[in-house]
Design a protein around this ligand. Structure first.
Ligand code: SF4
Length: 234
């Protein structure tokens, strides 16, 4: 049965007009300990971790560690954890050896949608079970597939309100916020990785390419599936 959206205290239009800080303040009041945020240790994670700390808010932080992150992503996580005193929670994700045994070697090459489903989507469904709202750092200008996201959207797949406080932020604004607040960030961004995921599916990009062109490059896959509502696709 498709879960129905619980009513919110404010309209979606009102929420869309709020600043990132006000979306987070409202969400903390609205959802209390049923609010969580996911972090993948890219630049948006740095912004949101700092913003929450500066607002005195401490929702649960869910890490989806696919076991295939770059060393620099783990270093970013460790620096943010140390600076902001974060406590992370995370679902169990199969080891690479377990996946190789069950699905064959290098599933990310033969069937990346299935690999993302096993390593990201299924664990996130489990991780979101106790929560009523999920904060994500995705932005409208990252890709055409994200161009119409609202600051609050009901997710039938996960049965939570999905919140995007940075929906209307551009990449430049993200960097201005990070540098002006001296926030630890993923150093791979300095060497051509404008969007960062798992090692096998991420490459640096040229300056004339789109921000997410280095993800699943050479294939028509644009999203890992976390932010897609169409369950049929997987
Ligand atoms: S991004 Fe690549 S390696 Fe990571 S879960 Fe998806 S297909 Fe697998």
């Amino acid at each position: 049965m498709v879960p129905e959206a619980p009513p919110l205290s404010r309209s979606l239009d009102e929420l869309n007009s709020l600043s990132a800080e006000d979306v987070l303040r409202w969400a903390a009041e609205e959802f209390g300990d049923k609010l969580c945020i996911t972090c993948s240790w890219q630049k948006q994670s740095s912004v949101l971790v700092h913003m929450l700390a500066s607002l005195g808010l401490a929702p649960a932080i869910v890490e989806l560690d696919t076991h295939l992150f770059f060393r620099e992503s783990y270093e970013t996580r460790d620096r943010l954890v140390e600076k902001y005193g974060l406590t992370l929670v995370g679902p169990k994700i199969p080891s690479i050896a377990e996946q190789h045994k069950a699905e064959g070697p290098n599933l990310w090459e033969s069937d990346p949608d299935r690999c993302c489903h096993i390593r990201k989507v299924e664990p996130l469904i489990e991780a979101l079970e106790p929560f009523g709202a999920w904060v994500s750092g995705i932005r409208r200008d990252q890709a055409p597939s994200r161009a119409t996201i609202g600051k609050a959207q009901w997710s039938e797949r996960y049965g939570v309100w999905k919140l995007h406080p940075l929906a209307d932020w551009g990449e430049k604004r993200v960097w201005t916020y990070i540098t002006s607040n001296d926030i630890p960030y993923n150093r791979l961004h300095d060497v051509g990785y404008r969007s960062i995921g798992c090692i096998p599916c991420t490459r640096p990009i040229r300056t004339d390419e789109e921000e997410r062109a280095g993800r699943w490059a050479g294939s028509d896959k644009l999203e890992c599936g976390l932010h897609l509502e169409s369950i049929d696709k997987e």
